[in-house]
Write a protein that binds this ligand. Structure first.
Ligand code: ATP
Ligand code: MG
Length: 714
């Protein structure tokens, strides 16, 4: 009991010891909201609540893992369900699949699968894409699902031309998904929310079983998520949510701030706890964050204070270009490490978009600094990995048309586009999955004898694989690689690039299968493995174990903390993003995004922007983000770039807006002047060296690259 409530402020303890009845914890960043959730679970367990009565819903798998680790310390060996909304819904849907028209072995389509499915649905619906691009149609349908709007309702709502196109595609898309026994990400929430609404007995059952539901980062829930937790907290309204309206950054994905603002209306008996002390950051960092967020008009002002010691001033730094920014940041990290004040894991570099990390990667790699990019989906998107997963998907779910289309001719077996087109048309006409259509190839009029044989060969191969479906995953995977002669196919076709090695990726997938078998000796199944892979989110490949610099997007950084933070490219059109600038609400969301970035920092923070940045090979003159002019610059270290490089555009400086008058201060530590001398290997302690960085790439001397050279490395 003591370990659980010790080291809490009175307000935190108040929230932790509240067991029955609705609870709202509303507080700013770093005030211990997430910590309260963990301690509250431990406290409930100590008071006799059963572990299976509790579910803690988080926004990322990483957040759930962290919570589990912390709980393990407070209450060892207790199996409390902790995970993301999507995972929660995926698991519930396995039990109740038939209620929404699925079978329990249903597949989860990832982004690219959904995209293929959408293309096919657009085709089948026979709509023209001149009013709306496939992306716009997909986004309209996704928004509809997040708001629990059914195809029927969407069709009744008359809207813009683009929307009515989406309304015609939506029912076709849904029907094709169901036929494929598949769901997209939005469906996980959508189907489950509807299941609860349409089946009172199931709703009642779950409400009674999961008596205590907790949601961290509630400000980022959308209507579907709201409906789900609300439905499960009717008879037992012990719903506890934490949130910070100032950190709501998923409006573009349908998150609705009203969910948190209306919580007190939804649950009149709610106990509301406010936490005001920040335990994370220095007063300097907090002051910068506070000053920025005050510029949002749609907010309730909150006071945050900290007893933490004063730290370094926050740095606002201008660089000549993105490459200099990358080089200087890598140098700064190396310097701080050599000074013995920090380790690689202390550093995080945040940016608005993943594409911005490329020059940073190069700079870090060339100094032998270990780093990780938090972009979990990437590995599973590689061609060879996707191919093998598609085989697994099809073995698990014979109706998975997207998978079938991917692999029916991979490795090549002379099944061309024409054959495939005929197969798809037959499947569409008969409303049967394509594999089924392939079995009935002889009934397809236009199908040549030769094509029929090829299809028949594929079906036989499939049946051989299918017989292995219940074998341990590793065995199945090795068998399929063997049977399809996949490696020799790769050897024939794949081009090895500098940073990708297809055969090594296949090995890595096999290792993942081995690991999965080891972790799930009894309950391991193909289905569970595929589910896990499908639900990998941005932050999943994050490994605390590695002592590495972390590169991630601002969105993925939510909820995390790092001693030393760089936020790069705080520039107009990036942050705020150009698409958000026209709309006041979206602009405020962009400001919150920067606020989230700033408030991740514990001791040290630098915000930077460049004068010029290359975007897809184009050098563009940059306008600093308007947010930078909102910061308390008098209390910050403002460092201007020394223009020591000759660019072909000398007049660039004139294009800076007048309002942007940088306070000129002598640069206390101008990296541009320092030479990075000696072999990087000798200055950076061996333990930090990234084994994957090849010594050949380590620059012996830091040189200022010319634009041409920079472009080559881009
Ligand atoms: P965010 O809004 O960014 O998600 P949060 O409110 O969830 O922030 P936490 O991550 O729970 O904040 O806490 C921030 C840091 O402060 C953590 O390192 C946590 O361990 C620490 N902390 C919180 N409360 C206390 C306390 N009472 N004593 C000591 N440390 C604390
Ligand atoms: Mg938190």
């Amino acid at each position: 009991m003591d370990a659980i409530t010790n080291n809490l402020t009175p307000a935190q303890a108040d929230a932790v010891t509240h067991i029955d009845g609705p609870l709202l914890i509303i507080a700013g960043p770093g005030s211990g909201k997430t910590r309260v959730v963990t301690h509250r679970v431990a406290h409930m367990l100590s008071q006799g609540v059963q572990p299976w009565q509790i579910a803690a819903l988080t926004f990322t798998n990483k957040a759930a893992d962290e919570m589990r680790t912390r709980l393990e310390r407070l209450a060892p060996g207790q199996a409390v369900w902790m995970g993301t909304f999507h995972r929660f819904c995926a698991q519930q849907l396995r039990r109740y699949a038939p209620y929404v028209g699925l079978s329990e072995n249903y597949s989860i389509y990832d982004m690219s699968d959904s995209k293929s499915a959408m293309k096919r649905a657009i085709q089948a619906a026979g709509v023209s894409t001149s009013h709306a691009t496939p992306e716009q149609i997909a986004s309209a349908i996704s928004k509809a699902k997040n708001r629990l709007i059914t195809p029927e309702i969407m069709q009744q709502q008359t809207g813009r031309a683009g929307d009515s196109v989406a309304a015609r595609v939506y029912p076709v898309y849904q029907q094709q998904l169901l036929l494929a026994n598949a769901v997209d990400f939005d469906d996980l929430l959508y189907h489950f929310a509807r299941l609860l609404r349409e089946n009172p007995e199931i709703r009642g059952e779950l409400d009674a079983k999961l008596k205590y539901i907790m949601v961290d980062e509630y400000q980022d829930t959308n209507l579907a998520q709201y409906a789900i937790v609300r439905a499960m907290s009717v008879d037992h309204p012990n719903l506890a949510v934490t949130g910070d309206p100032d950190q709501s950054i998923y409006g573009w994905r349908g998150a609705d701030l009203n969910n948190i603002l209306d919580f007190e209306k939804d649950y009149p008996s709610v106990k509301t706890v406010r936490l005001e002390q920040n335990y994370r950051s220095t007063p300097n960092i907090l002051a910068v964050a506070d000053q920025l967020i005050r510029h949002n008009r749609r907010r309730k002002a909150k006071e945050l204070y900290t007893e933490n010691a004063d730290g370094d001033n926050v740095i606002l730094r201008q660089y000549d270009d993105g490459y200099q920014e990358a080089d200087a940041i890598a140098d700064e990290i190396a310097e701080q490490m050599m000074a013995g004040t920090a380790e690689p894991r202390d550093f995080a570099i945040f940016c608005r978009m993943n594409a911005l990390t490329r020059s940073l990667e190069h700079a870090l790699r060339s100094r032998g600094l270990p780093y990780q990019i938090i972009n979990g989906v990437e590995f599973y998107q590689r061609k060879e990995v996707k191919d093998l997963l598609a085989y697994l998907h099809l073995v698990n779910n014979p109706n998975h048309d997207v998978a079938l289309q991917r692999i029916i001719n991979t490795p090549t077996r002379s099944i061309g586009a024409t054959t495939l087109g005929r197969l798809q048309a037959f499947a569409d006409a008969q409303r049967i999955p394509m594999l089924e259509a392939a079995r009935r190839a002889s009934e397809i009029d236009s199908m040549s004898k030769r094509a029929q044989t090829m299809l028949w060969n594929f079906v036989t191969l499939y049946d051989r694989l299918r017989r292995m479906a219940t074998a341990p995953l590793e065995e199945l995977l090795r068998f399929l690689i063997e049977e399809t002669k996949y490696i020799s196919y790769l050897e024939r076709t794949a081009v090895e690039k500098e940073d990708s090695n297809p055969i090594a990726n296949v090995d890595e997938l096999v290792s993942a299968a081995v690991e999965f078998d080891r972790m799930h000796p009894d309950d391991g199944s193909l289905e569970a493995f595929l589910e896990q892979v499908a639900l990998v989110s941005d932050t999943d490949k994050f490994e605390d174990a590695g002592n590495r610099v972390t590169l991630m997007t601002l969105h993925a950084a939510k909820g995390l903390e790092f001693p030393r933070v760089f936020v790069i490219a705080v520039e107009d059109d990036l942050l705020p993003h150009y698409r958000s600038k026209q709309d006041d609400q979206q602009l405020e969301e962009e400001r919150r995004l920067l606020f989230v970035g700033i408030t991740r920092a514990q001791q040290w923070l630098q915000l930077s922007y460049a004068k010029r940045r290359s975007v897809r090979g184009d050098i563009r003159v940059v306008i600093p983000s308007m947010f930078l002019s909102e910061l308390p610059r008098a209390d910050m270290n403002v460092i201007e770039a020394r223009t020591d490089r000759d660019f072909f555009d000398d007049g660039a400086d004139e294009s800076y807006p007048d309002s942007w008058d940088l306070v000129q201060e002598p640069a206390p530590q101008d990296d541009a002047e320092k030479e990075y001398t000696g072999d990087a290997g000798s200055v950076i302690p061996d333990v930090y060296r990234d084994p994957s960085a090849s010594p050949a790439k380590v620059k012996a001397k830091r040189t200022t690259p010319t634009i041409a050279a920079s472009l080559q490395t881009a």
